[in-house]
Design a binder for this molecule. Structure first.
Ligand code: PXP
Length: 263
């Protein structure tokens, strides 16, 4: 197995880290005002090894604001990945902001975080028009989906550039120490990444990833980007944002080279 990992590691493309800074804004908004500034966190994340910055402008603006998005677009030296619901309002903002990429996610006001992937089959008509509008503007389009065959095949049919595979169920199972479920969920991600790669989709993954769960996903050769936020911002309380990002980057790179312990 170690040898197989090493072989994968040697041929796999580089693995990018997108740091999600939403929860820096959550802390800022707890008091109003300007501190801590998510744009400052974005600059620091890049200095610490992030390849890009991800920010989710939610319908209720509970963390990132419209002004944050404008400042991120104006100031960042690395790609901005704009996470958003597939609504007319958000498409309009994306077309004005022109980020490097948009990741379309399901969004419900009452949820605490993005629960589950997009229902791409049910929403296919609306998605087809949104994807077309974003791509026509030169924005790369990613769909945040469960690692399931039907969703992946539909993402390819809709001509998305990227699928971001939802790692939440895998990470929840790891938090619950449920080894059987970890194995099952990981196997869905492995199979999903293989299928998406075979269909020509760029494969990203994210949600809930931690130091303990990142390696098993980072070593999948089809996965070229991980988007990680909440754990890094939480860990920053103890070790600082820069240290947390550097350590995550190190774990990802080790796994990619086939020298990390399994999750
Ligand atoms: N990817 C997507 C599409 C997300 O919606 C989120 C959460 O905003 C993340 C990645 C990052 O998840 P987490 O904050 O749990 O690391």
């Amino acid at each position: 197995m170690a040898q197989q990992d090493q072989q994968q590691g040697s041929t796999a493309p580089p693995l990018r880290l997108g740091v999600n800074i939403d929860h820096v804004a959550t802390v800022r908004n707890a008091r109003g005002g300007r501190h801590p500034d998510p744009v400052r966190a974005a600059h620091l994340a890049i200095a610490a090894g992030a390849d890009g910055i991800t920010a989710h402008l939610r319908e209720d603006r509970r963390h990132i604001t419209d002004r944050d998005m404008e400042r991120l677009k104006a100031e960042l030296t690395r790609p901005l990945n704009f996470e958003m619901a597939a609504t007319e309002e958000m498409i309009g903002i994306a077309l004005r902001t022109l980020p490097h990429a948009c990741c379309l996610v399901p969004e419900k006001r009452e949820e605490r975080t993005t629960e589950g992937g997009l229902d791409v089959v049910r929403a296919q008509n609306a998605l087809a028009s949104h994807i077309g509008a974003l791509k026509d503007a030169g924005i790369r389009v990613s769909l945040f989906i469960e690692p399931d065959r039907e969703a992946i095949e539909m993402a390819a049919k809709l001509k998305a550039d990227i699928v971001e595979l939802h790692t939440g169920s895998y990470c929840d199972a790891a938090l619950d120490n449920n080894a059987d479920k970890v194995a099952r969920e990981l196997s869905r991600i492995v199979t999903g990444a293989e299928l998406a790669g075979a269909l020509g989709l760029e494969v990203h993954a994210g949600h809930g990833l931690t130091y303990n769960t990142v390696a098993a996903v980072a070593r999948l050769p089809q996965v070229v980007e991980l988007n990680i936020g909440h754990f890094l911002v939480g860990e920053a309380i103890f070790t600082g944002l820069e240290g947390a990002i550097r350590h995550m980057r190190h774990l990802m790179d080790m796994a990619r080279r086939g020298s990390a312990p399994g999750a």
